[in-house]
Design a protein around this ligand. Structure first.
Ligand code: SER
Length: 321
């Protein structure tokens, strides 16, 4: 039987690009995008779209039945910085949506689930360098608590009910097509936009805050590769560590200066500094590399080149209109 995919939270940073990639692989009509509000013109015109509140199991079920959905990618979530402002709302969105899709899979309405965890599942007592797949996990943020709990729910539904749920602990994801919102790693996206527009950037993290990061293209490839992997190769049903690059605000600024020599950066750390300080600096993802063949393609230099080239081309295009 062919796959029909439903994406919950399709209008977010990752969901937007994931939707387009999945539509190119599985055929536009087989990939149903959904969110609590309508998406951009490309999202709305490139395939089916439904309004769904990801915490509403009945709404999800009715769309699953309408299109005979086989796989769900649950991309709706409240990120780390916003969830610190609205702890119970963050917990509710992140947990209720996950339990809703796990229940639908347990009841055999869907066959496969993708759910993202995060490096935020680690905390101040986890090793910061080469953070292992299995180690102490005592997160200090609401977002991290929801990710660690969610990982255990995934593992539980797999072991107890045979649910095929797969997950990755994403590092910070860097994109230029759709902006992130409410995350602690968002600075590494904002910096490119400000560098090109204003020539200067005020960073909300300090100069030497090293965090694991990844270019969007690599994140999308990893996600689809994990979902397409042979079930027998998936040894971990909590969530896989995933890594690509790791850099500080000072290092990304140096890279940007190669294209914009007059670029300047200033540092004004806020409450997000404490969140970043509680996370790993470099993650060991050897299990993902061994079990399902994960390889990243972009480093800091090639990512920066790609983003700046694309943003400059986009600016020229809109100037011509
Ligand atoms: N990018 C996320 C955040 O900063 C981490 O998973 O919240």
């Amino acid at each position: 039987m062919s796959d029909t995919i439903l994406i919950l939270g399709a209008c977010g940073q990752i969901g937007t690009e994931l939707t387009q990639k999945l539509r190119s692989i599985y055929g536009a009509d087989n990939v149903i995008a959904s969110d609590i509000r309508e998406g951009n013109a490309e999202m709305m015109s490139s395939g089916p779209f439904e309004i769904i509140d990801a915490t509403n199991q009945e709404q999800i079920l009715s769309v699953v039945q309408k299109y005979k959905v086989t796989q769900v990618y649950l991309m709706a979530a409240m990120l780390s910085a916003t969830a610190e402002k609205y702890p119970l709302k963050g917990w509710d969105l992140n947990m209720t949506s996950l339990l809703a899709v796990l229940e639908l899979a347990k009841e055999k309405h869907i066959q496969k689930i993708y759910w993202p965890s995060s490096m935020a599942a680690f905390g101040p007592t986890s090793p910061k360098m080469n953070t292992p797949q299995q180690t102490i996990m005592e997160p200090s943020t609401v977002y991290g608590i929801s990710k660690v709990a969610g990982e255990h729910w995934c593992n539980y539904y797999h072991d107890k009910y045979g649910v095929d749920v797969r997950s990755i602990r994403y590092p910070g994801i860097i994109s230029w097509k759709t902006l992130p919102g409410g995350g602690t790693t968002d600075y590494a996206v904002d910096i490119y936009f400000d560098a090109l527009k204003k020539g200067t950037f005020e960073c909300f993290l300090s100069e030497n805050t090293r965090l694991p990061m990844m270019y969007m293209d690599d994140a999308i490839n990893a996600t689809i590769q994990l979902m397409q992997a042979d079930e027998k190769s998936i040894q971990i049903r909590t969530s896989y560590n995933l890594a690509a690059i790791s850099f500080t605000p000072a290092e990304i600024a140096t890279e940007i200066k190669k294209y914009i020599p007059e670029f300047t950066i200033t540092y004004n750390p806020d409450f997000r500094q404490a969140i970043a300080d509680s996370w790993p600096q470099l993650i060991d993802d050897s299990a993902a590399r061994k079990d399902w063949g994960w390889r990243h393609q972009f480093d800091l230099a090639s990512m920066t080149k790609d983003i700046i080239t694309n943003l400059q081309a986009k600016a020229e295009e809109s100037a011509e209109v």
